[in-house]
Unconditional design. Sequence first.
Length: 277
Amino acid sequence: MSHFGKINLFFIFFIFLIGCDQNIKLTKNFKISDLVLNIFNEEINDDYKLIAHAGGGINNLTYTNSLEAINNSIKLGYKLIEIDLIETSDLKLVGAHDWNHFRTISKCCKENEIPELKDFRNYKIYDKFTTVDYKKINEIFLNNEDLILVTDKTNNFDLINTSFTFDKSRLIVEVFGKENYFKAIRNNIQNPMYSTNINELDFIKKYNIKLIAVHSKDFTLNKKIYKELSDNGTIIFVYSTNDINFLKENNNSVSSFYSDFIDVKNKVCVSKICETY
């Protein structure tokens, strides 16, 4: 290797070290909102023990992200409402898992075509359910001040910040990827929730990440480790289950469970789909 090449490698390594130091400084003094901390630091937080997955299930259907599903979840006692958010062609946030899935459950658009907001609003999900967009979501959360919105899919933090007008301490943003986690903090996301697995345990500890989401299978295989994280103050969300026994078995280690069909108030599954997945 030439002398010039060695200098370039040294320079790149030096910049990498500076970046690492900045991220450590960034996360060292960062803490999630007092509202979320207080909810999940309490020994009993049954009102927030379940998250309505993709707006919650309705009529044995999942992933509708529909107005009717959200309203049904609120009726069932959910205080944490998760909504999948994706962008229309005119860069507005709407509730849908992804465009391919939305096409299968509505009569939306041609393959590879993404609608504008005005067109999205006119589609019906399964010919009967109503779509939601950022304006309708704002209306719901402004009118229900005890609700917390949990987002999925989008990591467009600028768009998230400008789209939602209710108190941002009531907004939990699921974050995908290490760089996006740091970016979320820099973009003033108060409650970035890092989507992760056991392979990233060192990263979670190094950067003192206190709000994470993990898959039920990963959690089940590594219960002891996640219990230690929970005991040390990490808020852990686990997706997804409709099995009451899974809730009971892991209640002390999991802060909140994503669910489609569990009645929060009565702790029963209100569907034929009562399993962990």
